[in-house]
Design a protein around this ligand. Structure first.
Ligand code: F6P
Length: 342
């Protein structure tokens, strides 16, 4: 078989481990040839690729990023995009295309399947917000990076009796914020799932600081919003891919907390640090397992499926189901987190 592979959307620790697994399973188990298309769908639209054999994938297991590059370019948002992808696949005699990506890439993959393309999906995102899978690789790494940062910020917060606000990634879901907030002992964690009440946030901080030399850590997901009619958030418009421009909620929180409590506050935006560098052991194993499973799906001819993590093993789920709804933080976990607020 000739298997094409692409990595789309934001980079994520574990992508290279998936590529290595696809090359290894394809070449050694089935005798396949694996072709890596460069920079996501862009590589298929422009016909740019490299051979991804076992030799080429040596040493990449612990490396962050993706050796074949990524982009947010989508065939449906590009003039003649779908036709150009089809032409590239025909030219390379691709029997199956494995698309590794987040919500945007997998939605496009699902639509390509509807048009008859032989595609298989592999979910990736540090945000962990893809449906039909219990977790995505990259999430565990991002949570560990955020938790390490919070541990370090505690000592500064304590020394200066400050409020340290930590803004983490998470546009639509607060998985990273909730897990890192819990693991790092945050005073309050604010997530997109529940609009926050600034009065309540400040009351919790004041209660903690009352009469003592205390410090607070406030973890906020970048996509979090205040309760309507409380504080204003400037509209920053959308980027070229239609994504709402985020970044700024941490700054607003710092200003409001200082003004309302009189306690000094500082902001740390973790940003892309959360997405970079080496994956945790769990993410390496999950990525490897998903890569192997994706090649097996291709050989079974089960196109339109996504490989997913469920109940401690890898299963196959319809791509269309996986992209239907974003996975948000469960009310049960939010309740556990709230037990430690204040
Ligand atoms: O990968 C998803 C994500 O990390 C979001 O949480 C974040 O808003 C976005 O990517 C940032 O992407 P970019 O690299 O385009 O700034």
């Amino acid at each position: 078989m000739r298997i094409g592979v692409l990595t789309g959307g934001g980079d994520c620790p574990g992508l290279n481990a998936v590529l290595r697994a696809i090359a290894r399973r394809g070449e050694r188990h089935y005798g396949d040839q694996v072709i890596g298309f460069l920079d996501g769908w862009h590589g298929l639209i422009e016909d740019r690729s490299v051979m991804l054999d076992v030799e080429r994938c040596r040493g990449i297991l612990p490396r962050g990023g993706t050796i074949i590059g990524t982009s947010r370019v989508q065939p449906f948002a590009t003039v003649d995009g779908v036709d150009r992808v089809r032409a590239t696949m025909d030219r390379h005699r691709i029997d199956a295309l494995i698309c590794i990506g987040g919500e945007g890439t997998l939605s496009a993959t699902s639509r390509m399947f509807d048009l008859g393309f032989p595609v298989v999906g592999v979910p990736k995102t540090i945000d962990n917000d893809i449906g039909s899978t219990e977790t995505t690789f990259g999430f565990d790494t991002a949570v560990q990076i955020a938790t390490d940062a919070i541990d370090r910020l505690h000592t500064t917060a304590e020394s200066h009796h400050r409020v340290m606000v930590v803004e983490v990634m998470g546009r639509h879901a607060g998985h990273i914020a909730t897990w890192a907030g819990l693991a790092g002992g945050a005073t309050v964690t604010i997530v997109p799932e529940e609009p926050f009440d600034i009065d309540e946030v400040c009351a919790r901080i004041l209660r903690r600081h009352r009469g003592g030399r205390f410090a607070s850590i406030v973890v906020v997901a970048e996509g979090a919003l205040p309760l309507e009619g409380t504080i204003g958030v400037p509209d920053r418009g959308v980027d070229e891919f239609g994504h709402v421009r985020l970044g700024g909620i941490g700054n607003i929180l710092v200003q409001e907390i200082e003004a309302r409590t009189g306690i000094e506050a500082r902001l740390t935006i973790l940003g892309h640090v959360q997405r970079g560098g080496t994956p945790t052991a769990f993410d390496r194993v999950l990525s490897s397992w998903l890569g192997v499973a994706a090649v097996d799906v291709a050989h079974d001819g089960e196109f339109g499926q996504m490989v997913a993590w469920h109940g401690g093993t890898v299963v196959r789920v319809p791509l269309a189901d996986a992209v239907r709804e974003r996975k948000t933080v469960s009310p049960e976990l939010l309740d556990v987190a709230k037990t430690f607020f204040g």
